[in-house]
Design a protein around this ligand. Structure first.
Ligand code: NOJ
Length: 570
């Protein structure tokens, strides 16, 4: 019979015996935070693009699901060249999403339901249509307006080559050349993403002041915190040196949204001063406001630098998201995460899906999933997911994740077991990475299709008109919220039960203790009074004594079948 480690037991490959969540009782240390992608959640206006009023109408379903907070992807004024991550006014709502009054109504309803509201801050770049960039273009070379961004002369005999060899994350060079007022070719500006997303120069104090004001604007309006976009990218290495040849190949998009991490624009030490500054701003406000870093940095010990006590509060755990469905690898990443984040007094976070990666119900049906974030899958991808296997594993993966100490992020639709939409015709694809790579990279549209609420309604209840900015496949009917609510064994009910039990047993602030005596393909641990077994192997695993309080799929004759997770209270 498997047994719990005792003080004298030998620990498997150096696993510490107890991996506690860092102490503290702030809400975000244990919170489950649900990502809403406003374009695709609910559409009250019926124009085919989701909006804030639509979200407000559906918030109750999230309170019923049992999450603690919602994070809204950008809804600010934007030409929508990168689905809102190209902001042209940080302090206003884009008309396609509604108005500031709609935001206030959403915030009030959320708070009434006990849900916190996190907004998405995009500080690395803005839209080329932002007045700050327009002013910079008009003011010309050498002006203070240009110093807000990163303009440089080109190289080559006549400045016809970009200032360095950096690539855009969406394909092609990271530089675009300007045209001077007299029509002659001018300087180049840096954009790590689309050419419509110029990077700010964060060595300029003017930029710091603008963002302090933006933080205050949303904090004053009752935002409970910020998810910080590209939080590892604001500072570039001095002198903007070329990427070394070895990293250069890797830095191209084929590697995924963030490319190689060993480049002079990711993870520079100087970026931390920015977050100390913001931490102080948030600390002026009551209510444990939170900063969460979207920082693609490795190893985990480095990611933990973003959440030292005077910086951000949380950082996304992309190492966890990127770990294949292999027990030894997961065991290691869980252990390393808890050690790294606890080491700086922060909770670990856990995430399996978001708006940039192939949904985990599909990703886990590809074995092993090799493509990086952002690469996507489409009709001519060489490998297609096994949908049934993917969903089966996704349920087990979620049951594993929600049993871990720390805070977890969910992406809209995963509670329905929604798969990636693969059969999406090219004419509908909107991701700039698809267009900048001439269709070589499918990109992220497949995980952004409006989610289904009703099986038989127009646009599956996304709105009442049947319009949808990306076409929804017929198969969405069976994943619809209403088709799963109160249906025993549905993915929606699995999530609800898991969230209720997670809260009841205090997993978020708990302590993980690995159990010995199990095969390598099995993850077995205790958190509080519950034993968790995730069987990633082929052979069934004997159930431990106690009461099964959750099983990701049906059990077989007293055993945990392959790709299944159980929680047993004893
Ligand atoms: C990360 C966001 O999650 C992604 O959607 C966006 O395209 C890039 N940052 C650029 O803002």
């Amino acid at each position: 019979m498997p047994h719990e480690n005792t003080a004298t037991a030998t620990l498997p490959s150096g696993h510490p015996r107890e991996l506690a969540s860092a102490p503290g009782s702030e809400w975000w240390r244990s919170a489950v935070i649900y990502q809403i992608y406003p374009r695709s959640f609910a559409d009250a206006s019926g124009d085919g693009i989701g909006d804030l009023a639509g979200i407000t109408q559906r918030l109750e379903s999230l309170a019923n699901l049992g999450v603690d907070a919602v994070w809204l992807s950008p809804f600010f004024r934007s030409p929508q060249k990168d689905a809102g991550y190209d902001v042209s006014d940080y302090c206003d709502v884009d008309p396609i999403f509604g108005t500031l009054d709609d935001f206030d109504a959403l915030r009030d309803r959320a708070h009434e339901l006990g849900l916190r509201v996190i907004v998405d801050l995009v500080p690395n770049h803005c839209s080329s249509e932002h007045e700050w960039f327009q002013e910079a273009m008009a003011a010309g070379p050498g002006s203070p307006e240009r110093d807000r961004f990163i303009f440089r002369p080109g190289t080559g005999d006549n400045g016809e080559l970009p200032p360095n060899n950096w690539h855009s994350m969406f394909g092609g060079p990271a530089w675009t050349r300007t045209t001077n007022a007299d029509g002659t070719p001018g300087d180049w500006y840096l954009h790590l993403f689309d050419s419509t997303q110029p990077d700010f120069d964060w060595t300029n104090p003017w930029v710091w002041e603008q963002f302090r004001q933006i933080l205050r604007f949303w904090l004053d309006r009752g935002a409970d915190g910020f998810r910080v976009d590209v939080a590892h990218g604001l500072m570039k290495a001095e002198g903007l040196p070329d990427i070394e040849e070895a990293a250069e190949e890797d830095s191209e998009l084929a590697e995924g949204l963030m490319g190689s991490l060993e480049v002079p624009y990711w993870g520079q030490d100087t970026v931390h001063a920015v977050y100390r500054d913001w931490h102080a701003v948030l600390a002026e406000y009551e209510g444990d406001r939170v900063l969460c870093a979207e920082a693609w940095v490795e190893p985990l010990a480095k990611a933990a630098l973003w959440v030292r006590p005077d910086e951000m509060h949380q950082a996304f755990n992309f190492s966890y998201l990127a770990t294949p469905w292999l027990a030894p690898r997961l065991r290691d990443v869980i252990t390393e995460s808890l050690e790294a984040f606890t080491g700086v007094g922060a909770p670990s976070t856990w995430v399996l899906s978001n708006h940039d990666v192939v949904r985990h119900a599909s990703r886990l049906g590809l074995a092993p999933y090799a493509a990086g974030p952002g690469a996507g899958i489409g009709p001519s991808s060489p490998e297609k997911p096994d949908a049934a296997l993917g969903l089966h594993r996704a349920r087990a993966a979620t049951a594993l994740m929600l049993a871990l100490p720390g805070s977890a992020y969910l992406y809209q639709g995963e509670e329905l077991g929604l798969p990636e939409v693969i059969e999406l015709d090219d004419e509908y694809r909107q991701d700039p990475s698809f267009h900048r790579t001439g269709g070589e990279v499918y990109g992220r549209d497949g995980c952004r299709v409006p989610i289904p609420w009703e099986p038989d309604a127009p646009a599956f209840g996304f709105n009442t008109t049947g319009e949808s900015w990306l076409p929804q496949p017929e198969t969405f009917a069976r994943f619809a919220h209403a088709a799963q609510a109160d249906v025993e064994g549905s993915t929606l009910e699995l999530y609800r039960l898991a969230l209720a039990l997670r809260a009841e047993h205090g997993f978020g602030l708990g302590t993980l203790t690995w159990l010995e005596g199990y095969a390598d393909e099995v993850l077995a641990f205790r958190n509080g009074g519950v034993t968790v077994i995730a069987n990633l192997g082929d052979a069934p695993v004997e159930l431990p004594a106690g009461e099964v309080i959750l099983a990701s799929d049906p059990l077989e004759a007293g055993a945990v079948p392959s790709d299944t997770t159980v929680w047993v209270a004893a």
